[in-house]
Design a binder for this molecule. Structure first.
Ligand code: HEM
Length: 178
């Protein structure tokens, strides 16, 4: 598997991404992050805390859809409480991720694991949006006693799996052969 990802990295090295990485390295933000000891750790801590909040809120919605928690609340009440936390903290995840990307652009921009992670993230965002809207529409149509079908429960766990793949990709970036 290492050879597969290394092969993709070698291909990425021949693309415009390497020139983009060299340009990013010369930016003021990259220099501030690299030249100050607090730079990267601040971005990493912000990344990890916002991931914890967003993933925690996502897990609460999945557990409610599966009837494991907050069954005294309607789906509408649970979505109203958690969905905005998911999307606002995702903004913080993207900003802190971009900071770490600018801190080590050459290592990250041609890193096959980084791009595999971005694909998992894109899939997670699309499936999450469709899932949240579908659950709300089903619950609005069925009324307060709504319970999820097997298919809806399965999708709720696919969202969690996509989150875990994105997190695994995030941790693996530093160990990917570049
Ligand atoms: C839901 C979205 C995301 C999740 C769950 C996620 C997860 C993670 C995790 C778990 C780490 C390892 C943190 C550590 O051990 O210090 C990480 C690192 C990183 N992430 Fe993300 N991330 C997400 C989005 C992004 C985005 C949008 C970007 C860039 C635009 C990004 C760029 C990075 C970079 C550059 C690292 C540093 C790798 C390193 O130096 O070890 N991440 N991410």
């Amino acid at each position: 598997m290492g050879d597969f990802f290394f092969g993709i990295t070698e291909w990425l090295r021949e693309t415009w991404l390497l020139d983009a990485a060299f340009w990013m390295q010369e930016t003021a933000i990259s220099k501030v992050l690299v030249e100050n000891f607090w730079g990267v750790p601040f971005a990493q801590v912000a990344h990890i805390i916002s991931i914890a909040v967003a993933f925690g809120a996502t897990l609460m919605l999945t557990l409610r859809v599966n009837g494991k928690v907050a069954t005294n609340l309607t789906i509408q009440q649970v979505e109203a409480r958690y969905v905005r936390w998911i999307w606002w903290t995702l903004v913080a995840i993207v900003i802190s991720g971009l900071l770490m990307l600018f801190a080590e652009p050459v290592r990250n921009m041609i890193n096959s694991i980084f791009w595999a992670k971005m694909l998992a993230l894109l899939a997670m965002v699309i499936v999450s949006l469709m899932f949240q809207r579908s659950v709300l529409a089903q619950a609005n149509a069925a009324g307060p006693g709504w319970t999820a079908s097997g298919g809806t429960k399965a999708i709720s766990w696919i969202v969690i799996i996509l989150w875990c793949l994105t997190m695994a990709g995030g941790r693996w970036i530093a160990y990917s052969p570049v």
